[in-house]
Design a protein. Structure first.
Lengths: 273, 257
């Protein structure tokens, strides 16, 4: 007997299964959007209501700064140096190498400094926050904090989000200057431009809108990295696997959102130029 | 060590639970729990893994909310408390976690100081040190004060976890599997410590366990959680004086009959 003939292929149930899977995915997506929204609202409710955790915010700012400082210094310097080096041949074709400092400054201050800082911070700080809170969640340290009369959301989440929001703009500004210094070394070696002239050419094309947009961008990136890292870690589960997922999710989601925000802010700031 | 005499006030329940129900998705964990814990009493809750023992004490401490039923802790209906009131109530309850839940980025001293500093505004450095030394002495681990949790053994971590809850002088202690994963000698030490805490700090406790040695040596009363309800309750001998196939294997396994 041909067994395949006697075994009906359950087409309809498969279709229903696919349909229900899709429905579940859509439900899950909207539910997680709702949860993230609630998480952000809770942050604003807790952050601006006393008691304030000043000491912990300062400690977290230090942590964020220290964690990223070396990598940001190195990356900022290399970005400035390489960007200047790679841009020279194109400008050389038009005999316009004297525009190099202006080109470098616009690229770095408008886009590269906040973006590079945010991407590094997402990798270093975001993953670290996600893993730290995730590990605290699965080992019940967050519950322990709660039952001992401490508000863990205020102590762990608001402090970290405030720290990244405050520190990343400072780091982005620092990255900008380190990158400009990298660019200067290249220009000085190749064109013999003095530091004074270089600085003058660097700041000439920059406007108030450039600095403001760059600062807003860095603040938004900092908030995003903090909130995503905390959300992933604070809501992690499934043991050690959950910790890994929280750290990974913090980096991937934060980077994705940083790029989206970059596009949006660039578009908005272009309307003011 | 034999358990000393304890004063239990049977006219003064510190926890009253009526008709408590809790489900996770379609799985009903607790199906109508009624329970009273009296002042000064050690109540042991026994049951298989996954029967909702830990869920019960998490509901009592406000970490989980019940689906149905009334939970009164120290005279307060926990479902009617706002965040601030719940926080104030929690200070009066000590919770010893199964895995100790020590803050692994802090030394033992910082772990013990943390609840104290955050809940006793205006406390002086000297008072903090006195309290820390006192609870460390109570659990017999004064020498570990500057160590990190990762440097401690499982039994030491349990003791420090208990010390951290004792520092706020709780009226109720909730122990979640206090002897899980420990060697027999350390289990005996932890059991003795639970009894000592009951007498020295005059606490009322719920001890969640499936270790019958722990149940026998610490419990003034045993309640057996079966299929989401307390189906056997009484002294150790009363609870196990049965041929119930859901209860007997516990005894047989633990006492190797």
């Amino acid at each position: 007997m041909d067994t395949t003939d006697s075994t009906p292929i359950p087409e309809a149930p498969v279709r229903r299964k696919r349909g229900s899977k899709l429905k579940k995915s859509i439900n899950d997506f909207f539910f997680s959007m709702y949860q993230i929204n609630q998480f952000i609202l809770k942050f604003f409710r807790e952050a601006f209501v006393p008691p304030y955790e000043f000491k912990e915010v300062v400690r977290q700012c230090y942590e964020v700064g220290v964690r990223s400082f070396t990598l940001i210094s190195l990356t900022g310097f290399i970005v400035g140096l390489i960007f200047t080096k790679q841009s020279r041949p194109s400008l050389l074709q038009f005999g316009a190498t004297s525009w190099l400092p202006s080109l470098v400054s616009i690229a770095i201050m408008r886009a590269l400094a906040p973006l590079v800082t945010a991407l590094i911070a997402a990798g270093k700080v975001g993953s670290s926050i996600g893993a730290e809170l995730g590990s605290m969640r699965v080992t019940e340290q967050i519950d322990a904090m709660e039952v001992s009369g401490t508000n863990p959301f205020k102590f762990l989440v608001t402090t970290r989000v405030l720290a990244t929001t405050l520190t990343i703009p400072i780091l982005a500004t620092y990255t900008g200057f380190i990158a400009l210094f990298g660019g200067y070394l290249n220009v000085a070696v190749n064109e013999g431009t003095s530091w004074r002239t270089y600085i003058q050419q660097v700041f000439d094309p920059l406007t108030f809108v450039d600095f403001t947009a760059s600062l807003i961008k860095a603040i938004v990136f900092g908030f995003t990295i903090g909130i995503v890292g905390c959300y992933q870690g604070y809501n992690s589960n499934k043991g050690t696997e959950g910790v890994g997922k929280a750290a990974n999710g913090a980096v991937v989601t934060a980077m994705f959102l940083v790029f989206i925000e970059e596009i949006v802010i660039v578009q908005i700031s272009s309307w003011f130029r | 060590m034999e358990k000393g005499k304890v004063n239990i006030d049977y006219n003064n329940p510190v926890i009253r639970i009526h008709g408590l129900e809790k489900a996770f998705d379609d799985y009903e964990v607790l199906r109508g729990i009624d329970l009273e814990l009296f002042q000064g009493e050690n109540l042991v809750v026994l049951g298989r893994s996954g029967t909702g023992k830990s869920v019960l004490i998490k509901i009592i401490s406000g970490l989980l909310s019940p689906d149905k039923g009334k939970v009164e802790v120290l005279g307060e209906d926990i479902s009617k408390l706002n965040d601030r009131e719940l926080q104030a109530l929690r200070i009066r309850i000590g919770f010893s976690f199964q895995n100790s839940a020590l803050y692994d980025s802090m030394t033992v001293r910082k772990n013990l100081e943390f609840p104290l500093v955050r809940n006793r505004k205006g406390i002086t450095r000297k008072e903090i040190d006195t309290n820390v030394e006192s609870v460390l002495d109570a659990v017999g681990l004064s020498q570990t004060i500057n160590q990190m949790p990762s440097e401690l053994s499982g039994g030491q971590r349990k003791r420090i976890g208990i010390a951290r809850t004792l520092i706020l002088n709780p009226e109720i202690m909730l122990y979640d599997e206090p002897t899980a994963g420990l060697d027999p000698i350390t289990c005996i030490e932890i059991n003795d410590l639970i009894n000592e805490v009951q007498q020295r700090y005059n606490t009322s406790s719920i001890i969640i366990t499936h270790d019958l040695t722990c149940a026998k040596s610490t419990g003034d009363r045993i309640a057996m959680l079966l299929e989401g309800q307390f189906q056997r309750e009484g002294t150790f001998d009363q609870v196990f004086d049965t041929n119930d196939s859901r209860v007997k294997p516990f005894f047989d396994y633990n006492f190797i009959k």
